[in-house]
Write a protein that binds this ligand. Structure first.
Ligand SMILES: [Cu+2]
Length: 226
């Protein structure tokens, strides 16, 4: 079903990257386990035995096993190809430019604040040194973000969405996200690029509300309420 303001192709980044991690983690764990077992096994098998009378007369154990080595290279190449293919597939689905048909939010990063402008709604969300701003978005609707920085390199990061994008001065970055479920994430967003003294405090809250609640919030903000 097509919903108003929803653009096909914009995907749930959390689901996509969690699925990808579900592939990387077991492969990584298997490699660590295999290497650890082989280290222990070979250290035990070829340990020094000074009391062994045959030790000095033992021939060199170095020999070649071309088939085993070729199989090893083939397995590694297949694993690398699988990971690259899955990674680029997921990147292709999630890392697209803004659709231009969703709700527009201009994100401005500067030392050490976030600011969220909703140009079409004429709403601005600012924080203070003590209180970070809140990014308010409607659930299940495409949000078209435009990201910029006024000074140094920052990075817009929402861990729950598994999404991160650099904000580089002189460049404007565009991307779309959807937020499938409603909720409030205290300090749910932050800067993930070290940007100076107060980098650690460069955070924002994330509020995902129902479309009806978003309409009410919009009216309240446009009416001058906080
Ligand atoms: Cu920063």
């Amino acid at each position: 079903m097509r919903r108003a303001g929803y653009v096909a192709g914009v995907t749930d980044t959390r689901h996509e990257y969690d699925t990808l991690a579900g592939l990387y983690v077991p492969i990584g764990a298997a490699v660590v386990l295999l290497v650890a077992l082989l280290v222990v096994a070979f250290a035990w098998r070829y340990r020094a035995r000074p009391d062994d009378p045959d030790e000095q007369r033992r021939p060199s154990r170095i020999h070649r096993a071309p088939r085993t080595e070729a199989l090893y290279v083939l397995v590694l190449a297949c694993v690398a190809a699988l990971l690259l293919w899955r990674t680029y597939t997921v990147e292709g689905r999630t890392d697209h430019a803004a659709s231009g048909r969703g709700l527009g939010v201009l994100v401005t990063a500067s030392k050490w604040h976030w600011r969220f402008d909703y140009p079409r709604l004429r709403i601005v969300q600012r924080g203070t040194d003590d209180a970070p701003p809140t990014l308010v978005v409607p659930a299940r609707r495409t949000i078209d973000f435009t990201l910029r920085s006024l000074d140094v390199i920052h990075a817009f990061w929402i861990p729950d969405r598994r999404f991160k994008r650099d904000a580089t001065p002189g460049f404007v970055s565009s991307f779309s996200l959807v937020f499938p479920r409603t909720g409030f994430w205290r300090y749910g967003g932050e800067c993930s690029e070290y940007c100076g003294l107060r980098h650690t405090w460069m955070k924002f809250h994330v509020a995902v509300v129902s479309p009806a609640a978003f309409a009410r919030w919009t009216r309240a903000r446009q009416g001058g309420a906080a």
